[in-house]
Design a protein. Structure first.
Length: 347
């Protein structure tokens, strides 16, 4: 698979489109969060309050299971990744990553003059997988190993929380191993518990997916205290807008809603896999809030005619967000029509 930096340009769909292309939480921001955030909008003439920033950081630390000075919030997980690359790598350094993977890793590597070392994913039955032995071997001497796990856009696992794999990669690198765990809530595994024993391990996460807060742009990273200090040496408590801080605090203080949503998405993900397979599509299992379909037809264009947007990320490969209940039947009906009409015309 080739690099898809060129595909990163983005055009906003119509307001009434069914948005299954960005892996967003399509359940809406919970009303209790909207209510709390609305009460602070009138005070947004003032800079963000450090008390709020510190409270958010404390709650993140509790959620990850680390000390407060071992976690730090950013304006989105992509900003956390950007800080890692900017502060820990220099032009000419090598970056190990999976291909395909989160576009920001490709973009940062290319624009910062870093050398890309890519490990291609491969099909194995109903999954996309990575050659772990090759991943460990290629990690020797790299400055950064940037691993999205579960992987985006394939949805498959990489280390799957295996200590031996993480330790082997971390030992081989001359710099740091970064695990992007944007989808870890859907996967049920994490490497964060190894932070106290692997000094060059960094974990990047997001509140965009499972917490339904993409528009608030909340991400964070966790690492050893000295690593956090180095990465965030030019950051301040003013970086996160007040409404975002309040939304993040409220979400973390009321996590049950997130747990319920994640459980529902996981149930629908399994249903989606089975339904698409029964229709006749080649579909892959996933540890995320999306699935991947392999099909020679231009599914993205065919669905767009029906007002449904999905993401084409490589030849014949499409990433589809798991639709919520109010959109699920509409999407399945559209896929049935596409499948039946295509083969009717061929006949």
């Amino acid at each position: 698979m080739g690099s898809f930096i060129a595909q990163y340009s983005y055009k906003e769909p119509p307001a009434d489109a069914v948005r299954l292309h960005l892996n967003e939480c399509l359940y809406g921001v919970p009303e209790f969060i909207v209510d709390v955030v609305s009460k602070v909008l009138a005070r947004c003439n003032l800079y963000p309050n450090k008390v709020l920033f510190d409270r958010f950081r404390e709650l993140l630390a509790e959620y990850v299971g680390v000390d407060k000075d071992e976690v730090y919030p950013f304006v989105g997980a992509d900003s956390a990744l950007r800080a890692v690359f900017l502060m820990l790598a220099r032009p000419g350094d090598s970056v190990l990553h999976i291909n395909p993977t989160f576009a920001m890793i490709h973009i940062l590597t290319a624009n910062l003059g870093l050398r890309s070392i890519a490990i291609d994913t491969y099909e194995d039955g109903d999954w996309w997988k990575v050659d772990i032995d090759m991943l460990i071997e290629k990690s020797k001497g790299v400055q950064l190993a940037a691993i999205v796990d579960p992987n985006n856009p394939t949805g498959g696992p990489v280390a799957k929380g295996d200590r031996h794999i993480v330790e082997a990669i971390a030992y081989n690198t001359k710099g740091y191993v970064v695990f992007d765990e944007t989808y870890f809530e859907y996967a049920g595994y994490s490497v964060a518990r190894f932070l106290d024993s692997i000094p060059n391990l960094i974990v990047v996460r997001s509140m965009s997916k499972a917490f339904c807060l993409a528009g608030f742009r909340l991400g964070y990273l966790a690492a050893r205290k000295d690593v956090i200090a180095r990465i965030t040496s030019i950051n301040t408590s003013f970086d996160i807008p007040t409404p975002s801080l309040v939304a993040g605090i409220t979400a973390l203080e009321n996590r049950r809603y997130m747990d319920n949503l994640v459980n529902e998405v996981k149930t629908l993900r399994e249903r989606l896999f089975k339904d698409l397979k029964s229709i006749g599509f080649k579909v892959f299992r996933s540890y995320t809030n999306f699935v991947v379909i392999k099909d020679p037809r231009p599914l993205d264009l065919m669905l767009r005619e029906k007002g449904v947007y999905i993401k084409k990320f490589a030849d014949s490969l499409y990433r589809v967000t798991v639709p919520p209940p109010n959109l699920y039947d509409q999407f399945i009906e559209s896929m049935v029509e596409i499948h039946e009409n295509s083969y009717t015309k061929q006949g």
